[in-house]
Design a protein around this ligand. Structure first.
Ligand code: SF4
Length: 370
């Protein structure tokens, strides 16, 4: 089968390896662009959240490249994610796209449909190939995160602006081509060394540390968040990401499917601010913000798509958290009309505030850094 799938940051590198292990031909849509959002928006309900429109655009671009099947993650309430896949399936059907739409989700009682989907997913594979695909895919996902993590640390220290992003892009493409674990390890080591070289020249200047929370798609998908992490890196900020794709797969997919997922730690961290799951990453946004404020980070950025219900709840709570914990928090909302100039101005103003605050705190407490 020629299978296409929506983008989620650089996860396509791991998804391709998994699909190959399953005996399918991955048809990776081009990385999201303005065209993707415009195409997706044209056929989406007008007031649906931005990830829905972008994901639908990815599907249409994948089908345009020749895909005969679409794989999409399912979900359940209380936010709109619960009905994303079903609406997208209907839209593609109404547009006359002759594709097999497979929703990957926990069966919840419908075993006949689950069997049919599993037959489609595992049909062409052999156990040995499948296991190898899983191993390679997982190793690639972990490596992608490690490379991105190292880049976040290196970017504010780079001498030549843009050099970290260029190196990251090159290494990610090497990782995409890697066919064994040894090559993956070599790429990770090579990237570490190269990033150290880029950072070494200016390693003495103070770097602000800002935590990033919010809706997972907006945090991870750099086109949708207007390359937020790169912009912050160029302003001398090290971004501390609180969302990890490997953790998300482990917690929200595997543990959830086995009934082992619990939110005890999150509820404990967010005590006094939020007492229950509100869908999406709303609870995580509050819990991680508390944790980062306690860890004395210089500031927190909260990003989410316009009309995202869980994050609107979080946005309403964050000002109180900011006042209690004395940590500056900036909430950013994006949609298909988000303009780069206004976005950049808000970031620069926020970073300027953090720098002034940092200088003041340093003087007051006679610290070498904040
Ligand atoms: S978390 Fe927000 S953006 Fe994501 S599906 Fe739910 S409402 Fe939409």
């Amino acid at each position: 089968m020629k299978v296409t799938f929506p983008h989620l940051g650089n996860a396509y590198i791991a998804i391709e390896a998994l699909l190959q292990g399953l005996g399918h031909e991955p048809i990776t849509p081009p990385l999201s662009t303005k065209r993707t959002i415009e195409w997706g928006s044209r056929y989406s309900p007008e007031d649906i959240c931005l990830p829905f429109k972008t994901i639908l655009g990815n599907m249409l671009e994948g089908i345009e490249l020749g895909a005969d099947s679409v794989y999409m993650l399912g979900g359940w309430g209380p936010c709109r994610l619960g009905y994303y896949a079903e609406i997208q399936r209907i839209i593609l059907h109404d547009l006359g796209k002759k594709v097999k739409f497979v929703t990957l989700e926990v069966p919840r009682g419908n075993w006949r449909m689950a069997r049919e989907r599993l037959r489609h997913i595992f049909g062409p594979t052999r156990t040995r190939h499948f296991l190898r695909g899983c191993q390679l895919s997982w190793a690639k996902l972990r490596a992608v995160e490690q490379l991105e993590q190292r880049s976040l640390q290196a970017r504010p220290l780079e001498k030549d602006h843009g050099s970290t992003s260029r190196l990251l892009e090159t290494q990610l493409q090497k990782l995409r081509m890697a066919q064994n674990m040894k090559t993956i390890s070599r790429i990770k080591a090579e990237t570490d060394e190269a990033l150290q070289d880029l950072a070494a020249a200016t390693a003495s200047h103070a770097v602000l540390r800002v935590g990033l929370v919010g809706e997972i798609y907006t945090v991870v998908e750099s086109f949708v968040n207007l390359r937020l992490e790169e912009r912050l890196g160029r302003l001398g900020v090290e971004v501390i990401r609180t969302i990890s794709l490997t953790e998300w797969v482990e917690e929200h997919i595997f543990k959830n499917a086995l009934g082992l997922y619990n939110q005890y730690e999150l509820l404990r961290s967010s005590r006094g601010y939020l007492h229950s799951f509100v869908g999406g990453h709303g609870l995580e946004s509050i819990a991680r913000s508390v944790e980062m404020a306690n860890a004395e980070l210089d500031g927190i950025i909260h990003i989410f798509p316009l009309s995202c219900m869980p994050e609107i709840i979080a946005q309403g709570i964050l000002p109180q958290l900011s006042a209690d914990k004395k940590v500056p928090i900036l909430s950013l909302v994006v949609d298909e009309h988000a303009g780069e100039t206004g976005f950049q101005t808000r970031l620069e103003a926020f970073v300027d505030l953090l720098q002034r605050r940092c200088t003041y705190v340093r003087k007051e407490k006679s610290l070498s850094r904040c």
